[in-house]
Design a binder for this molecule. Structure first.
Ligand code: CA
Length: 247
């Protein structure tokens, strides 16, 4: 997984166990022994997911989860809570705080890893290595390859990441600012019109497969990627140029 995970856990041994296992799985890790340390870590770089212990000195994990959800900058970061508490009311309190999943202590590192993968697949599908197929296009993140009916679709690095994001988030309009966050990352300062430049490169790359119509401009708002070409457009494409469009 090409993912940065922040581990907030005050017990040194458990923290190191998690860090070692996540690094072995190919993740980058940030670690903190308290909420204050986590806040400092997040000032310089935002993680893709937080593994958060419930019982922490000073501020409990569940309070920190609420704080992350309330801040626009961190509201979408998935959280997995580590807890020794299996009581119903604690689970409800955690869910209300916006936690995405729980792992009950003691746990096997493999179980935590499986939960992280499942949450990432649900919340950040563009960061997993799963092959995505939409409208006859197949995108393989591990091989950095996009194909349509067996033919390669040639894309630059940014266009590849942009298409990956769109294919994992179809049918929703994204503003230029949102696309910058998702494709370039939140720590990078790029002007919003740069998004338009790359959209203008992505469209022609989809033309040979007659799929450029999937990428729609929503005037004054942003861009949307369709799961299917609108029917009128699909019929206008000569049969030989169609790229195994879903009917
Ligand atoms: Ca603890």
């Amino acid at each position: 997984m090409d993912t940065t995970i922040l581990i907030v856990e005050d017990e040194h041994e458990i923290r190191e166990l998690i860090v070692t296992n996540l690094q072995r799985a190919g993740c980058r890790t940030l670690s903190a022994g308290s909420v204050a340390e986590a806040v400092t870590q997040m000032r310089s770089a935002l993680p893709d997911l937080v593994v958060l212990d419930w019982m922490l000195p000073e501020t409990p994990g569940v309070m920190f989860a609420r704080r992350l959800r309330a801040d626009q900058r961190t509201a979408d970061i998935p959280i997995i809570m580590l807890t020794g508490r299996g009581r119903e009311e604690d689970r409800i309190m955690g869910l209300e705080a916006g936690v995405d999943d729980y792992v009950i202590k003691p746990f096997f590192p493999r179980e935590l890893l499986a939960r992280i993968r499942a949450v990432m697949r649900r919340c950040r599908p563009q960061l997993t290595e799963d092959v995505i197929e939409v409208a006859g296009l197949a995108l393989d993140p591990a091989a950095r390859r996009v194909t349509c009916a067996g033919s390669d679709v040639e894309l630059g690095e940014i266009e590849f990441r942009m298409l990956h994001f769109f294919m994992t988030h179809p049918e929703r309009v994204y503003s230029r600012a949102q696309l910058l966050d998702e494709v370039w990352g939140r720590q990078v300062y790029v002007e919003e019109r740069t998004v338009d430049v790359h959209i203008r490169r992505l469209r022609p790359a989809l033309e040979p497969a007659a799929l450029e119509g999937l990428l729609e401009t929503e005037r004054g708002v942003g861009y949307r990627f369709r799961r299917n070409l609108p029917a009128a457009r699909r019929n206008a494409i000569p049969a030989e140029a169609r790229c195994s469009l879903p009917q």
